[in-house]
Design a protein around this ligand. Structure first.
Ligand SMILES: Cc1ncc(C[n+]2csc(CCOP(=O)(O)OP(=O)(O)O)c2C)c(N)n1
Ligand code: SF4
Length: 322
């Protein structure tokens, strides 16, 4: 689909000191102290800038931000169902394109249209609508802020929840001592391979904010759909002190539990590959959601991580603990 409207080109940010000062996600919301998804929103809004429309499928970043009858955004925002973020964004994009074509809209630069979906709203209940939007090739950016659970409803398991994590739907007990038995769904890979119009896929983490903002800008600079999956640490759901979110976020990457990369034209480019991985145990032991795990469960998790990082080209694996 050829471009028939003016797009802005957002420049890359060299370092934190050169990041824009202006905020478009402002103080005043009922998110938890130390909420990773709130920091995600702040960074995404900062990177995207003024010419932006946000969509919020139901989840913490809708409910906690807007309770009650207010909101922290300095740009337009609309609520979407958890099931239909991709479809609502498609409608907004199509409306802008039609009105620009018909000359009934006086904007001169096409807006950034950004879905901010939780992992439930992106890779589970909302997957179908996002896949359809990517298939049709709408000029939108879908961000999954991945807090690895259905958080707003009280921390229930989602397909992003790691193996072995306690949630209120996967409590550890005598029959299922590891809590969650299933290994997580690979959201970014699921979108990346199979949507011919999808221009850009990346993973990012709040612990690497400049990288995150640049990936958002790269996604927005595409003439077509883009997907950025962000590790958005949730101290409430993962059960650890709220001043440790960056430490936990870095450890996720340093242990290989979360991997940072871009996928362009089917090619994966690692954007941060640790030379030597730390054992997953270092990550696990900081979080109450894993407190029930036995050594054999941690071994299973380490084996999963080793296979995963190897598959994407990170060679440094850790021998599973006995
Ligand atoms: C169709 C539908 N099913 C269930 C719900 C209930 N619900 C509200 S918020 C929420 C959790 C959303 O989880 P996620 O998308 O991961 O975002 P988070 O709350 O973790 O930020 C659910 C299940 C709903 N609002 N709509
Ligand atoms: S439960 Fe997690 S995602 Fe929701 S507001 Fe609290 S810290 Fe943020």
């Amino acid at each position: 689909m050829s471009i028939d409207y003016k797009k802005q080109e957002l420049p890359m940010i060299k370092n934190l000191a050169e990041a824009p000062d202006e905020e478009f996600y402002l103080p005043g919301h009922r998110t938890c102290a130390g909420c990773g998804p709130a920091l995600t929103y702040r960074l995404v809004a900062k990177a995207a800038g003024k010419n932006t429309i946000f969509l919020g499928p139901t989840g913490c970043m809708y409910v906690a931000n807007t309770s009650y009858s207010c909101g922290p955004w300095a740009v337009p925002w609309i609520h979407a169902q958890i099931t239909n973020g991709g479809a609502v964004a498609s409608g907004i994009e199509a409306a802008y394109k039609a009105r620009i074509r018909k000359g009934t809209c006086d904007i001169d630069v096409f807006p950034n249209i950004i879905v901010m979906a939780g992992d439930g709203g992106a890779v589970d209940i909302g997957l179908q609508a996002i896949s359809a939007a990517f298939y049709r090739g709408h000029d939108i950016l879908v961000v999954c802020y991945d807090n690895e659970s259905y958080a707003n409803t009280g921390i229930q398991t989602s397909p992003s929840t790691p193996y072995g994590a306690w949630t209120s739907f996967t409590p550890a007990g005598p029959v299922v001592p590891e809590g969650k038995k299933l290994f997580p769904k690979d959201g970014p890979a699921l979108f990346a391979y199979g949507h011919p119009e999808l221009r850009y896929v990346a993973t990012a983490s709040i612990a690497y904010p400049v990288d995150l903002m640049n990936k958002i800008r790269k996604g927005l600079n595409q003439d077509g759909p883009a997907y950025v999956h962000i590790h958005a640490i949730c101290p409430k759901g993962w059960v650890f002190p709220c001043n440790k979110i960056i430490e936990v976020g870095k450890l996720a990457v340093q242990t290989g539990m979360y991997q940072l990369y871009e996928i362009i034209d089917g090619q994966r480019i690692l954007t941060h590959a640790p030379k030597k991985l730390k054992p997953v145990e270092e990550y696990v032991k900081l979080q109450g959601r894993f407190a029930h795990l036995q050594p054999e469960h941690i071994k299973k998790l380490q084996e999963f991580v080793n296979a995963k990082v190897k598959a994407i080209g990170i060679e440094a694996t850790v021998p599973p603990a006995n």
